[in-house]
Design a protein around this ligand. Structure first.
Ligand code: FE
Ligand code: FE
Length: 279
């Protein structure tokens, strides 16, 4: 499993530290200087290799969903195995991050579909298990085919992305039309978009937005790309924003008792999903 990061979680942890509520204004501004070299290198690769052409090729490759049929729980176990094997230092497994996110949502009294969304939201990271490089699995996502926002973390690395030399892609709207809606927009490829396509027939639209755009920090945290959003996106992004703190800040609390919680989550998965899904 190639990649500069020690584990996929290192990206998640970096986002958490970037948006840490305890951070002072100047720490926030100097964020770029304090990032570990491997994380910086990860963003460099992500920003130069995520071209529009690459994204379209990944959609072609993965969205046929002809690779395997398996249940949500099988996918969860597969993903967990990988991370445990490759990163003995990680104190929290993928299952634990998923459970912590879900349990925090549950404690706050949200509906069952949202608890389920917390439980499955990172399952798309299974792409890494299947050999995709880190820069095409995690990372803050952003639209491709139009000008890069300077609100994207390490946006200076885009100067080495071939798309930055394609004038058609460097106008504000690029290949899109004003307020066309994000469904029409190709985002950089990663675990969000992939899982969205696996589960899109089974969950309410709010849940699907949370899954599809939870890594899109330029939009949900920074307010960039407002000119591409339509009314439905604006309404649904309120849910993406509600979801984000559970993803970022539920980490590090007490380890969840997976064995005890499992029956609840098995029932919850059965309530919404068929026995097997196409991946
Ligand atoms: Fe994620
Ligand atoms: Fe997550």
């Amino acid at each position: 499993m190639e990649g500069p990061l020690h584990s996929l979680d290192q990206w998640d942890d970096d986002v958490k530290s970037r948006y840490s509520p305890e951070k002072s204004e100047s720490e926030f501004r100097n964020y770029g200087d304090t990032v570990p070299p491997v994380v910086r290198e990860f963003y460099r690769q992500n920003h130069i290799y995520q071209t529009r052409e690459f994204v379209l090729a990944q959609k072609d490759k993965w969205l046929k969903k002809d690779r395997v049929r398996m249940s949500i729980m099988e996918a969860m176990h597969q993903l967990n195995q990988l991370v445990d094997d490759s990163d003995p230092d990680t104190d929290l497994s993928q299952i634990e991050h998923n459970l912590q996110t879900a349990e925090a949502i549950r404690r706050d009294g949200y509906p069952r579909w949202m608890i389920l969304t917390g439980f499955i939201h990172d399952l798309g990271k299974i792409l890494w298990y299947w050999g995709e490089p880190q820069w095409s699995v995690v990372g803050d996502t952003f639209p491709v085919g139009c000008a890069y926002s300077d609100k994207i973390v390490f946006h200076q690395f885009f100067q080495d992305n071939p798309d930055s030399k394609t004038p058609e892609y460097q106008t504000e709207l690029g290949v899109y039309s004003r307020h066309c809606g994000l469904d029409q927009v190709d985002m950089s490829w990663g675990h969000d978009e992939y899982l969205y396509h696996v589960v899109k027939d089974y969950l309410p639209p709010e849940a699907l937005y949370m899954i599809r755009y939870h890594s899109c920090y330029p939009i949900h945290r920074e307010g960039a790309y407002a000119h591409l959003l339509n009314a439905k996106d604006r309404e649904m992004f309120e849910w993406v924003k509600k979801f984000n703190p559970y993803d970022l800040y539920s980490k590090g609390h007490a380890k969840p008792d997976a064995e005890k919680l499992w029956p609840f989550y098995e029932d919850l998965v059965d309530e919404f999903f068929p026995k097997q899904l196409a991946w």
